[in-house]
Design a protein around this ligand. Structure first.
Ligand code: CUA
Length: 153
């Protein structure tokens, strides 16, 4: 059966788009390691164990910090972090109740906070200043006051 010339172009174009999608997914999954959380990244939101039973900022190496945070309606714990200039902070966050969000405007940090799962994001703070971390997922009447502050000095 003969195929119309234009139809042939569209078939090739559709094939090319599929190939691009396939390569995008393959590269992000296998070369960049972007994957769904494995069982190690899960927690019981109703019975949080270490380190989430004591959320805090801790120094794990010179200039390297780990910020263990919990989110709940309508607060982050802790909601104030003080770090020196030049620090790299790995945030590990989970939710105690419903879905929240975590975003640091001006930084590459924007993750969903899902009960039962641990979200991890690493940010370098190389200039002094103040940054907010805000909940960016509507979570109820006081969603807009759910934030914390990072002071870099
Ligand atoms: Cu928590 Cu919006």
């Amino acid at each position: 059966m003969p195929i119309e010339r234009l139809e042939k172009y569209f078939l090739w174009a559709a094939g090319a788009v599929l190939l691009v999608f396939f390569l995008t997914v393959s590269v992000s999954a296998f070369a960049w390691g972007m994957q769904l959380p494995n069982p190690d990244g899960r927690v019981d939101p109703e019975n949080l164990t270490a380190p989430f039973d004591k959320p805090e900022l801790r120094e794990i190496a010179p200039g390297q910090y780990e910020a263990v945070l919990t989110a709940q309606t309508w607060a982050f714990l802790p909601n104030k972090l003080d770090i020196p200039v030049g620090s790299t902070v790995t945030f590990k966050i989970t939710s105690k109740d419903i879905i929240h969000g975590f975003e640091i405007p001006g930084k590459r940090a924007n993750v969903m906070i899902i009960p039962g799962q641990v979200s991890t994001v690493t940010v370098k703070f190389d200039k002094p200043g103040e940054f907010l971390y805000i909940c960016h997922e509507y979570c109820g009447i006081a969603h807009h006051v759910m934030f914390g502050k990072i002071t870099v000095a």
